[in-house]
Design a protein around this ligand. Structure first.
Ligand code: SF4
Ligand code: SF4
Length: 206
């Protein structure tokens, strides 16, 4: 082995060590210290509830189930006699989930999110299958932006007020306007070529 090469590697190693010596440590003393995940990181799939009513935002539209590439979502939402779906069960198998976020992207009702939570590892596969109750429970305190309200406000702002709309609407033309005054059973009189309107006659005299 070339001794010069060994010395060069040693100096390089010492340089890197001295560079990081005065910097903050990037490790934390887990579990005494816990890491706060960045807002947009993908932790665990949860269901979101309405902040006022506490009810699930999910409308059982099934879009997330269709969007999921690993079939990790299973929804049971039978239809009633009016063909409306009612959410009965919502299951997420975190053992199958690849944390792609497509379910959240597909949802139009701010009902599902990958929360910034961790520490859900388990030795049993069954523990990774979460039902609607657990998904709601874990997602209850998860902050989110309610896009449903934003959409409602935008729709409200876009639609004109009824009075204003009335003013802006063009008035319908009177059907009888421009029509010759003809009584039933009579044919409308057509002016003859020699007949001139009185105003024209006056103009010709002057
Ligand atoms: S994050 Fe991806 S894989 Fe996981 S449940 Fe959502 S769509 Fe499926
Ligand atoms: S979570 Fe969203 S996309 Fe999935 S069924 Fe509920 S409303 Fe539809």
């Amino acid at each position: 082995m070339n001794p010069l090469k060994g010395i060069r590697e040693l100096v390089r190693g010492l340089q890197i060590t001295s560079k990081h010596l005065c910097r903050h440590a990037i490790t934390i003393q887990y579990p005494e210290e816990r890491w706060t995940m960045p807002e947009r990181s993908r932790g665990i799939v949860v269901l979101l509830s309405d902040k006022e009513t506490g009810e699930l935002n999910c409308t059982a539209c099934m879009l997330c189930e269709k969007a999921c590439p690993t079939a990790a979502i299973r929804i049971d939402a039978p239809r009633d006699e009016k063909k409306r779906r009612h959410l009965k069960q919502f299951i997420v198998n975190h053992g199958l989930c690849c944390f792609c976020d497509l379910c959240k992207e597909a949802c139009n009702f701010s009902a599902i999110k990958l929360a910034t939570k961790y520490e859900f590892s388990s030795e049993s596969k069954e523990d990774l299958v979460w039902d609607i109750k657990k998904l709601q429970e874990v997602g209850r305190d998860v902050p989110y932006i309610d896009t449903r309200k934003k959409k409602k406000e935008a729709a409200k702002a876009a639609s004109p007020k009824p009075e204003k709309a009335k003013q802006e609407m063009p008035s319908k033309p009177d059907k009888n306007e421009d029509k010759p005054d003809v009584t039933e059973g009579q044919t409308p009189s057509v002016p003859s070529e020699n007949e001139k309107p009185p105003s024209d006659e006056k103009e010709g005299q002057s």
